[in-house]
Design a protein around this ligand. Structure first.
Ligand code: FPP
Length: 225
């Protein structure tokens, strides 16, 4: 899920953009727990792209603080709900405090297997592709699934991750913004006009219903023919 629209949600209400992020964190909790109850196996949330470093310093700092607090407050709820957390993206530019919070949450939830939650922080899909490629011996001829495993590895998910079935973006924009480009090769795309803080469980269900009604052909022919 690309969680877009926090800033506009706040601005429309005459509030600072960071209020939108705080409200957006409440939506994260709501949607994660709803997805778990709905039987979703893997959920990846785009929390901070590598290009988001270009935002004003105070917004970046507010987001980093929010991530750290959220990890601390939500880890017990993840455990209760049997949700395993992994954070994907670069870690070398994160503060030591945030890195410690990520490692603690990943460690504490490592045995959970009700749902896999991946939080993308300092994430760039093109960057992970380049890093996965650089792990390969020069001139190696690879099967696609081997390369998928290498991408999962650089994203701290060494057990592998399935391709994306459904990509939902809120906030009305219709683009991928460097999110899971390889993994979305055959993803169904749903774009919601709802700003992320307003995105509800009913909106999530509507996206799933839309997904279920699609005819996924993967380049082949429809089963209906
Ligand atoms: C995009 O909206 C959202 C972000 C860059 C941050 C995402 C963060 C959250 C949803 C809240 C906290 C998350 C966690 C995991 C605790 P935008 O700010 O680009 O919105 P705009 O397009 O309206 O400006």
């Amino acid at each position: 899920m690309i969680m877009d629209g926090n800033g506009r949600w706040a601005q429309q209400r005459g509030k600072p953009r960071t209020m939108g992020h705080i409200e957006g964190a409440k939506t994260v909790r709501r949607i994660v727990e709803h997805a778990r109850r709905s039987g979703v196996g893997f959920l990846t949330l785009y929390a901070f792209s590598s290009d988001n470093w270009n935002r004003p310093q105070d917004e970046v700092q507010a987001l980093m603080k929010l991530f750290r607090r959220h990890l601390a407050s939500e880890t017990p709820r993840l455990l209760e709900n049997d949700i395993r957390l992994s954070v994907i993206g670069r870690r070398d530019r994160l503060s030591p405090e945030l890195r410690r919070a990520i490692e603690a949450s990943e460690r504490e939830t490592a045995e959970c297997d009700g749902m896999r939650l991946r939080l993308a922080v300092d994430y760039s899909s093109r960057d992970s592709l380049v890093r996965a490629a650089s792990l390969m011996p020069q001139g190696a001829v690879l099967a696609r699934d081997e390369f998928s495993r290498a991408i999962a590895m650089v994203n701290h998910c060494p057990g592998g991750v399935p391709d994306v079935d459904l990509m939902i973006r809120t906030g009305g924009e219709q683009r991928l913004s460097d999110f899971l480009l390889w993994e979305c090769a055959y993803a169904e795309l749903v774009f919601s006009r709802r700003m992320w803080p307003d995105f509800s469980s009913a909106d999530f269900d509507a996206a799933i219903d839309d997904f279920r009604a699609r005819d996924r052909r993967f380049g082949g022919l429809s089963k209906a023919i």
